[in-house]
Write a protein that binds this ligand. Structure first.
Ligand SMILES: [Zn+2]
Length: 470
């Protein structure tokens, strides 16, 4: 009864325009962001330094963790004149946040304005944290709003969502694999858990009927539908402006498939539940533009030094949007490299030329070396991969992986053998690849699809921390 009432209120709220519903923080930030994208580099840096001082003031005065740190180091928030000054502070490990969460909570933000969040992912251990109710989400939306503006759509426009949502089981029984997604009245969310062959015609028909202006998705969730669309030679969606992918890495073959199937540009954004970093592609470029108004983003070597241009390191980030639980120089577990190039759009942002994904996408070779799964799987451009609908890799032993794959009709045993041999040769024989074809890869409802199930203790930062492989 109560939940029905809540749904009804949400539905009514959804008729209020986004600019009113998300409130002043959203409106002011979006207005600023629409202007700041045309500022020169120096002016953007000044704004960034000022936002950083405000964040440090909050953290140093109102959280016990950072108050103590400031005393130990002997610094005040006023000492931080440029984003580079942040390097005076140590990096922050996710485990520290997990173990000492209360010390990161701001004492001037009351319980009623603390919004609890969870993130799964890295290493399988979930992290609980807190964001600021009425401020963090509206600010986050403003950053997404700017990028949507680049591609020609707004929150009020009709759209469809594929993001691991579970739809009401009663609807599923009636063959409806979608439901409304409030607070946006024009959005429909589709179940990611029922996209098998027999249901796909119903998905396609409903989407054609909705005639969306955008698709928002996690790449792996949309992929089965894109393949179906192409196989059936369905016409592209006439009003579609873009396909916005986030939550994982989108590979070049997925991008091509989405654009071919639905007939609009597919782009990615990169961010995190912890709200420390945000980046997105623009109209001119598929490299991710890191947003300096969102926070300070660093790429560090294993020794803590700054990575060179085009050198892969860990992304360490400080976000400005969460005063309830400030995370400063937070180790994201993601790997990236700064691009040497600028972008034709002329906006004052640095680009990422590589994003290797989370630490948990690392696998251990026979000699104990840790490498990114994506660079092996997709950096190798093996033709056999294109004949697979979906893959999942499981690692239980050093130097061995199990590659489970759902094949397309064109796939055959020869292609399988060539693929396994090709993957092993990418890392000069330091990896044995067991290959298994499966009709489908089971998904856990409510969880993001995992490309890698890593059962070994691995991180890029510390390497393989299990028993010696030799
Ligand atoms: Zn650009």
């Amino acid at each position: 009864m109560l939940s029905a009432l809540k749904a009804e209120i949400q539905k009514m709220r959804s008729f209020i325009p986004a600019s009113v519903r998300y409130g002043a923080p959203y409106r002011q930030k979006l207005k600023y962001l629409m202007e700041s994208q045309f500022f020169g580099v120096e002016r953007v840096r000044e704004g960034q330094a000022s936002d950083l001082r405000d964040l440090l003031r909050q953290a140093f005065l109102h959280t016990s963790h950072y108050r103590r740190m400031a005393q130990e180091i002997g610094c005040s928030w006023q000492d931080f004149r440029s984003p580079e000054d942040l390097r005076r502070l140590p990096v922050l490990a996710r485990d520290t946040v997990r173990e000492r969460q209360a010390e990161f909570l701001s004492d001037n933000i009351p319980e009623s304005r603390r919004q609890k969040r969870f993130t799964g992912g890295t290493g399988g251990q979930p992290l609980g944290f807190v964001v600021e109710r009425g401020r963090t989400d509206p600010l986050e939306r403003a950053f997404v709003g700017r990028i949507w503006d680049w591609f020609g759509s707004r929150f009020e426009d009709p759209g469809v969502i594929f993001r691991g949502y579970a739809v009401d089981p009663a609807d599923i029984r009636r063959g409806r694999f979608w439901g409304p997604w409030y607070p946006e009245r024009n959005w429909a969310c589709f179940s990611s858990y029922h996209m098998s062959g027999e249901n796909l015609p119903a998905y396609a028909e409903q989407i054609r009927k909705l005639n969306p202006m955008f698709i928002s998705c996690v790449a792996s969730d949309l992929d089965p539908l894109a393949r179906y669309w192409i196989e059936q030679k369905l016409a592209p969606l006439p009003r579609l402006r873009f396909i916005h992918q986030s939550g994982m890495l989108m590979h070049s073959d997925q991008r091509e498939r989405f654009e071919k199937a639905f007939g609009a540009r597919a782009f990615s954004t990169y961010g995190q539940s912890e709200c420390t970093v945000f980046a997105g592609e623009c109209e001119h470029n598929t490299e991710l533009h890191v947003f300096p108004e969102y926070g300070v983003t660093e790429i560090l070597r294993k020794d803590g030094g700054l990575a060179d241009i085009e050198e892969v390191g860990e992304i360490v980030a400080t976000g400005f949007n969460n005063y309830a639980m400030p995370l400063i120089r937070y180790r994201t577990g993601d790997l990236g490299a700064w691009s040497a190039r600028g972008c034709a759009c002329g906006r004052p942002f640095r680009l990422l030329s590589r994003l290797e994904g989370r630490g948990q996408y690392m696998i251990v070779l026979a000699d104990g070396m840790v490498v990114g799964l994506n660079s092996i799987l997709y950096g190798s451009h093996l033709p056999g991969l294109r004949m697979l609908k979906q893959v999942q890799v499981v690692q239980d032993k050093v130097g061995e992986i199990l590659l489970m794959a759902v094949p397309t009709q064109e796939f055959n045993e020869d292609a399988g053998r060539a693929l396994a041999a090709g993957l092993a040769s990418v890392v000069e024989g330091r990896l044995v690849v067991h290959f298994r074809l499966v009709p489908e890869i089971p998904r856990v409802e409510g969880e993001k699809f995992k490309v890698l199930v890593q059962n070994l203790p691995v991180s890029w930062w510390t390497g393989y921390s299990g028993e010696s492989p030799l």
